[in-house]
Every structure is written in structure tokens, then in C-alpha cells.
Design a protein around this ligand. Structure first.
Ligand code: GDP
Ligand code: MG
Length: 177
């Protein structure tokens, strides 16, 4: 079968960053395998997952890196960022602190990554709307000021997860093609 040794035109490395427990690993498992787990343990040892898709008749392999729990110790290393062409900067919309830390994550990202990196600010857990602690407008303003894309998602309900990753991938594709 041809699709088992499909020719890959591009490999795009995308990194997930943001505080612990905001839903990075679940966003990744939703996008890569269409799976979700409510009782996910802190990620240990998983480096990345991939998903291959077609953009503009080209075969693109998205290689998406997860922090493997390093975010708790602010010990995300420069190797993690190396070669990344996209980043998902994730906060939990029910945890104000996780949004307040975004500026720090962005600074770290910009200090390590390529200057043309495509960045999407992601407000996750939109299914918990009644517990919202971060107004959409605050995040929108921040993203405009910092020149980031922005979306609110739910890994649980699969809302906007596909759209968020696809937007980043298309934008990366646009810059390299
Ligand atoms: P990480 O530390 O950023 O990788 O966060 P996880 O992906 O491990 O998620 C932390 C917790 O939040 C887990 O209990 C998840 O099941 C839960 N979670 C992740 N995404 C969502 C979401 O979209 N909605 C809800 N309600 N819970 C979520
Ligand atoms: Mg995790």
C-alpha cells in the first residue's frame, strides 16, 4: 500500500508550552490520535507524537513535542525548542495564574526559538465555561499586542483543537513554500 511509505514533503516541529495541567498533553492526544483522558497522569518521558496530513497537495508530517512534565521545574531545555517552526502557548481559561504566566513562557520561547516561529495562544478547557477566569477579550488583546494567533479550545469536547493545529500548520507551510 502506497500510503505506508508515503513520500513526506515537509516535517514541521511544533512545541507545546505552558503551565502544568493546562491540558497540553490532552490537546496533543486529541490532535494526534483523537483520544482524551480525564485522569491523565503528569506526562513522563513522552517526547513527541506525529500526525501526517495533506496541505495544498503536499504531505506534511507534524511532529508535536510535549514537555514531559519539565514545566513544573521551569526546566524546559533549549533542545526542546531547537528546530521548532511552530508553538502552541497554552493556558487554562479557568486558571488565571496560567494566563498570567503566558508572558514569561513567551519570553522564554522567543529567547530560544527561531524568530519566524508561528505562535498560537490557546485558551483550553472551554467546556468549563461557567468556571471561566480569563475573559476572551483579555487574551485577544494580549495576542494582538504580541502578534500571536489566538483560539479557545476544549480537548475534552474536541472544540477548535483541529482548527488550532491546522491554522499553525498552514501558516508554517505558507512561510516555507
Ligand atoms: P498538561 O500538564 O498541560 O499536559 O495537562 P494534561 O493534558 O495532563 O491535563 C491536565 C488535566 O486537565 C487532566 O485531568 C485532563 O484530563 C484535564 N483536561 C485537559 N484538557 C481539558 C479540557 O479541554 N477540558 C477539561 N474539562 N479538562 C481538560
Ligand atoms: Mg503533560
Amino acid at each position: 500500500h502506497g500510503d505506508f511509505n508515503q513520500k513526506i514533503d515537509y516535517v514541521f516541529k511544533i512545541v507545546l508550552i505552558g503551565d502544568s495541567a493546562v491540558g497540553k498533553s490532552q490537546l496533543l492526544s486529541r490532535f494526534a490520535r483523537n483520544e482524551f483522558s480525564l485522569d491523565s497522569k503528569a506526562t513522563i518521558g513522552v517526547e513527541f507524537q506525529t500526525r501526517t496530513l495533506v496541505i495544498d497537495h503536499k504531505t506534511v508530517k507534524a511532529q508535536i513535542w510535549d514537555t514531559a512534565g519539565q514545566e513544573r521545574y521551569r526546566a524546559v531545555t533549549s533542545a526542546y525548542y531547537r528546530g521548532a517552526v511552530g508553538a502552541m502557548l497554552v493556558y487554562d481559561m479557568t486558571k488565571r495564574q496560567s494566563f498570567d504566566h503566558i508572558a514569561r513562557w513567551l519570553e522564554e520561547l522567543r529567547g530560544h526559538a527561531d524568530k519566524n516561529i508561528v505562535i498560537m495562544l490557546v485558551g483550553n478547557k472551554s467546556d468549563l465555561g461557567t468556571l471561566r477566569a480569563v475573559p476572551t477579550e483579555d487574551a485577544k488583546e494580549f495576542s494582538q499586542r504580541e502578534n500571536l494567533y489566538f483560539m479557545e479550545t476544549s480537548a475534552l469536547e474536541a472544540t477548535n483543537v483541529e482548527a488550532a493545529f491546522l491554522n499553525v500548520l498552514r501558516e508554517i507551510y505558507r512561510t516555507v513554500s
